[in-house]
Design a protein around this ligand. Structure first.
Ligand SMILES: Cc1ncc(COP(=O)(O)O)c(C=O)c1O
Length: 360
């Protein structure tokens, strides 16, 4: 007897590996491994979270109506077409549950956010990866990968783990080339950190086959509270809401997100910080002869060239020994790359000092 037997597709899933949070022997490591907000969160959000402690015995509003109305007003959207998830991660799972069956597939770029494939495989779907060009999504390759069994195409702009970004016109072209029965999931987890037009693409959500996802985890610094949301046509939103668990956003999460949304000063500071920090990181890496990818997000991914004095694993280990946690990208099949979050300026100073010590 070996106990219950899971579906074979489940055993094919490589479990998600979160950015490391602990360094052996270091009480408070510098965590630059998960693209979190270096500035923390809005003080107003923190206060709202604490105030919510008075109502922990109550279920949350299942439709998160206050947050829904506030988001709709802020972005000029139809509140009825917003779908909430416990993080945008849950929206990817809901979309796969709703639209993907065994024998069907998703298409994603070569370097893709790991949660998408997990969501697809969890429902027995297959994953097709389209080659990228210079670590940037290649729209033609994505479209060429779509076949009769494709039900969902995932793309993040800016992308994780590369940080690269396509112009809006390329996303529009990608959508235009898709059959209407393929759902385009445009993952905008980092959109606010991008420049200009790449930040918004709500018009695309008027189509019957587009789901745009956003998160409070990055820009608003509320990763711990798991607040994601999606925007789609009424049909797709209605389908996702059928399978959404009723109280998926907790009372403190709704309260904090609502308060965060109103703190324009914090949002602006977060965007400015990400831009300055990624410029600083890129310059630091270039100084060592490394090759940072152009980032439009709140992190920089850097290639360590062949023949460099130290390998990715050696740099990663030496940083970890000094209590600095970055992300080696072997699990993303980018073994020559490290991904480093836009930490605070003090954290980046410590990173710079450590790297000078390590690399010389
Ligand atoms: C591209 C991308 N999408 C989505 C997410 C997940 O966001 P959330 O915290 O809302 O689940 C991440 C988190 O790192 C991400 O990199």
């Amino acid at each position: 007897m070996s106990g219950p037997v899971p579906k074979r597709s489940i055993l094919e899933i490589e479990p998600y590996r979160a950015g490391r949070a602990a360094a052996p022997g270091v009480a408070r490591p510098i965590k630059l491994s998960a693209n979190e907000n270096a500035l923390g969160c809005s003080p107003a959000a923190r206060a709202a979270y604490i105030e919510a402690a008075d109502t922990l015995h109550l279920y949350s509003d299942p439709r998160a109506n206050l947050l829904r109305e506030a988001l709709a007003a802020r972005h000029g959207l139809d509140p009825a077409r917003i779908v909430f998830g416990t993080g945008s991660d849950e929206l990817f799972s809901m979309a796969c549950q709703a639209y993907l069956a065994p024998g069907e597939n998703i298409v994603q770029p070569q370097y893709a956010f790991a949660a998408w494939a997990i969501a697809a495989r969890a429902v027995g779907g297959a994953v097709k990866s389209a080659p990228e060009r210079d670590y940037t999504v290649d729209v033609d390759a994505m479209l060429a990968a779509v076949d009769a069994q494709t039900r969902i195409l995932f793309v993040a702009n800016p992308a994780n783990p590369t940080g690269t970004c396509l112009p809006q016109s390329e996303i529009v072209r990608l959508h235009a080339g898709l059959p209407e029965n393929v759902l385009l999931i445009l993952d905008h987890a980092y959109a606010e950190f991008a420049e200009g037009e790449a930040r918004e693409l709500w018009a695309l959500s008027e189509a019957p086959n587009v789901l745009i996802t956003r998160t409070f985890s990055k820009l608003y610094g509320l990763a711990a509270l798991r607040v994601g949301w999606g925007y789609a046509c009424a049909g797709v939103a209605g389908v996702l809401n059928r399978i959404r668990l009723p109280f998926n956003l907790s009372v403190p999460a709704q309260a904090a997100a609502l308060a965060a949304l109103d703190d324009d000063a914090f949002v602006q500071r977060s965007v400015n910080h990400a831009k300055e920090a990624r410029a600083e990181l890129s310059a630091l890496f270039e100084g060592f002869g490394w090759r940072p990818l152009p980032s439009a997000a709140n992190f920089v991914t850097v290639r360590i060239p062949e023949g460099a004095r130290l390998s990715v694993a050696e740099i990663d280990a030496a940083l970890t020994a000094r209590g600095i946690l970055v992300r080696g990208l072997s699990p993303y099949r980018m073994p020559d790359c490290l991904r480093v979050s836009a930490g605070s300026f003090d954290e980046l100073r410590q990173l710079r000092d450590a790297l000078h010590e390590i690399v010389g």
